[in-house]
Design a protein around this ligand. Structure first.
Ligand code: FES
Length: 156
């Protein structure tokens, strides 16, 4: 008679069948986990801080052109080109260009045409980014490098 201290013996055939079932379950489960991981990339691409905004001829002197894809405005003067960030320095919303200023739609910060704060809550003006000309002639903005307000780069 079997009891708590003397459990019933499992026949060898049942034990092997149960072991096979467990092994199959683990294999199927492992495969499903592997397939689920395939759908998600293991490495997410890092957003580049440098981007091409066009060619010098796209920015004639005396013009300003918003590149909405990158939230910058390219300012072109006789002194060269400059890249003004449109990212609000308060909490990062994108400021909208108006006739003579930039308005942040989130909390109402107002910036002048050089990005200076006209009304808060933004703690500081819009940033100016470095730009350069690539070997192929395109204008490259580097949003990881700030330059002083009013800094223009002469492009030849
Ligand atoms: S994010 Fe622009 S004012 Fe708050």
């Amino acid at each position: 008679m079997s009891g708590r201290l003397d459990p019933p013996k499992i026949p060898r055939r049942d034990f092997l069948g149960l072991s096979g079932l467990v092994a199959s379950g683990l294999a199927v489960g492992g495969s499903l986990v592997g397939m689920a991981r395939l759908a998600k990339p293991a490495v997410t691409p890092e957003v580049s801080s440098s981007f091409r905004v066009g060619r010098a001829k796209d920015f004639p002197a005396g013009t300003r052109k918003v590149i909405s894809e990158y939230q910058v405005e390219i300012i072109s003067t006789d002194a060269g080109l400059a890249a003004l960030s449109l990212i609000c320095t308060h909490l990062g919303c994108v400021a909208k260009k108006q006739e003579s200023n930039y308005l942040c739609p989130c909390h109402g910060s107002l910036f002048g045409m050089e990005g200076e704060v006209l009304a808060g809550p933004a703690p500081q003006g819009l940033k100016w980014f470095a730009l350069s000309q690539a070997a192929d002639g395109s204008i490259v903005v580097d949003s990881s490098r700030e330059v002083p307000v009013g800094h223009f780069t002469m492009i030849v």
